[in-house]
Write a protein that binds this ligand. Sequence first.
Ligand SMILES: Cc1ncc(COP(=O)(O)O)c(C=O)c1O
Length: 306
Amino acid sequence: MGMESKFVWMNGEMVPFEKATIHFLTPALHYGAAVFEGIRAYKTDKGPAVFRLRDHAERLIESAEIFGFRNLQFTPNDVVKAVKDVVRANGFGDCYVRPLLYLDGGGWNLNVDNGKASLAIAAWEWGNYLGEDALAKGIRANISSFTRHHPNIMLTKSKVAGNYVSSFLAKTESVRLGFEEAIMLDPQGYVAECTGENIFAVRRGKIYTPATAPILEGITRHSLFSIASDLGYRVKEQPISRDHLYAADEVFVCGTAAEVIGLSEIDFRKIGDGKTGPVTRSIQKVFHDAIRGRVEKFEHWCEYVD
Ligand SMILES: Cc1ncc(COP(=O)(O)O)c(C=O)c1O
């Protein structure tokens, strides 16, 4: 399964996939001066639906503004419409959608105000981000030797492309060590998040997750708060130490790409009985029903393409 599609939306035009290219001197390529979103659409009984599309569209524009773009020519409404158009034009049901708002010209003096923004949106059919067995068996993770961003160095609420160099460092190290994902600690030494997912720990029937200060406020994370509370679990935001994770009954991670995945092992320590635990499974089940429009209470999260 590749990343091919029929069309990529570029500044309002549907461009054939092979023509969706940018110039070598695009400043975004040299400095990571771009912001992006990761969105998924799913097949439902009412046709393809994009999960929490408006929240993603708003976060994209917010990311751009946090980064420093001013007077943008794109609004969240434009992004909502363009994402639906690109899913429809490609004839996809289940797919991943990648908008990128990037510095397309100017800005060589490292001043966003001297640059010009462009927006492009691609979509492709993408399976399980953390591997085929992840859902059933969970994955193995390590605590990264790389620290997550200090929020005063890189802005953690913004999906700035350049922020993800840190995720590349941690993920590459993790996979080379034989794990599947890296857990990153914040500059104070508490658990922050993974390279592309937020993290939760379950202990004695309660669910814990780090507060939002040093992390990306994940849209999946937010959805799981509602799902967990609907299932009768209390989710507490608090500082989490790495040994809190080692001692947890269950640990799970979540994100648009990964969805909801249990951790079977962290730093060679088995978590719980080493399988995806019952709390994680119950949340996973509702999440998977919700993204396909099968949970009435959460159907407002599904933005139908047609
Ligand atoms: C660093 C990081 N944390 C968490 C998440 C999860 O966010 P979301 O659920 O909005 O996809 C992502 C993915 O976008 C991410 O890149």
